[in-house]
Design a protein around this ligand. Structure first.
Ligand code: COA
Length: 338
């Protein structure tokens, strides 16, 4: 039987206009630019203003990805929309159908993926598997977040790290020759670590009641130190699995595009894999940790500065709440990111 190949054929990204510097956080939190920069590598992040929801960012990035793929936002442009997010517009329904409708894509299947910071890779796997199975020929895969809406304003450890934004790619049925092919993927989870990254309230275990709004339970919480250790271990192992599957040596990787959590995490993953640090794409200094939007935003920055050229060998990897993790390899396509 002929095996269907899947290629990345478009890339778009969007950041909300309000840039939040480290110094501006110091006005209301007990922290310093020096601490944030040296512990995380982050210098600024973007936060969506009041009234701006995740779907608003997703629609912008979606538009740009379609444009980059040479597609008009109209019915028939794509036949699948998958949105990775931890900050959906509502607990119910999913955000993807609204995004698909507002992009004018017609009655396509559309659903959300909840895998926290690994969400984009999970969405990439789901969409490409649907293409390989013949359920779709072209898919819009979006990672979009507004963590600013779930951060506890009093929690300095999370406020300094997370930012808002959206990135999107178009995946299409491909010929085996073209650059942009998705070559291999690995995904995993460990639910015993569920408490390391959590929003305890609002779900079936901690439902908000009319009588007593459980405000604190709706904030995002993270045990930073344990997350750090797990992130390095899982991203390194998952990346190595993908390299082994392809028979790639570390020096065959042109760019390591890891989830932008912390520059020390990314450096440790590169070191563990034997990939020189200069080949790790870093844009968290500008955008912070944007969770499911992180990888497409990093790809967009690396494409914009000319680092990614057609045929470049790229290794993606992510780690997030769940715990979840994953890695993927692809060659860079001949596209202009929007
Ligand atoms: N400003 C100043 N001090 C801070 C601070 C801040 N924003 N946040 C924490 N601190 C303090 C702590 O309270 C602690 O003080 P103490 O020693 O008096 O208790 C000290 O700094 C060290 O804290 P620690 O948590 O050990 O620091 P760390 O080096 O582990 O860095 C993180 C903290 C959150 C930056 C780091 O653990 C991390 O990046 N973890 C992974 C987070 C992540 O990437 N999550 C997403 C993955 S999907």
């Amino acid at each position: 039987m002929h095996h269907t190949s899947v290629a990345l054929t478009g890339l778009g990204s969007y950041l909300p206009p309000q840039r939040i510097t480290n110094d501006s956080l110091c006005d209301r939190l007990d922290t310093t630019d020096e601490w944030i920069t040296s512990r995380t590598g982050i210098r600024s992040r973007y936060w969506a203003g009041p009234g701006v929801a995740t779907s608003d960012l997703a629609v912008e990035a979606g538009h740009r990805a379609l444009k980059s793929a040479g597609l008009d936002a109209e019915p028939g442009a794509v036949d699948l929309v998958v949105l990775a997010t931890t900050t959906p517009d509502y607990p119910c329904p999913a955000t993807a159908p609204d995004v698909a409708a507002r992009l004018g894509l017609g009655p396509v299947p559309a659903y959300d993926i909840a895998a926290v910071c690994s969400g984009f890779l999970y969405a990439l796997a789901a969409a490409s598997a649907q293409i390989v199975a013949g359920l779709a020929r072209t898919a819009l895969v979006i990672g979009a977040e507004t963590y600013s809406t779930i951060l506890n304003p009093a929690d300095r450890t999370t406020n300094v790290i997370f930012g808002d934004g959206a990135g999107a790619v178009v995946l299409s049925v491909a010929s085996d020759q073209e650059p942009g092919l998705l070559l291999a993927m690995d995904l995993g989870s460990d639910g015993t670590g569920r408490d390391l990254i959590t929003i305890p309230g609002g779900g079936s275990r901690g439902r908000a009641t009319m009588a007593e709004p459980a405000v604190d339970g709706h904030y995002f919480t993270m045990q930073g130190k344990k997350v750090f250790t797990e992130a390095v271990k899982r991203m390194t192992e998952s990346s190595q699995t993908v390299l082994d599957r392809l028979g790639w040596t570390p020096d065959q990787v042109d760019w390591l595009v890891g989830h932008q959590a912390n520059v020390r995490i990314l450096n440790a993953v590169a070191r563990g894999l034997g990939i020189p640090q200069e080949r790790a794409v870093i844009n968290l200094d500008r955008v912070g940790n944007t969770s499911a939007a992180s990888i497409p935003l990093a790809l967009a920055d690396a494409a914009a500065d000319g680092s990614l050229t057609p045929g470049s060998r790229i290794l993606l990897t992510a780690f997030g709440g769940g715990l979840t993790w994953g890695a993927a390899a692809l060659t860079w396509p001949d596209i202009t990111a929007a």
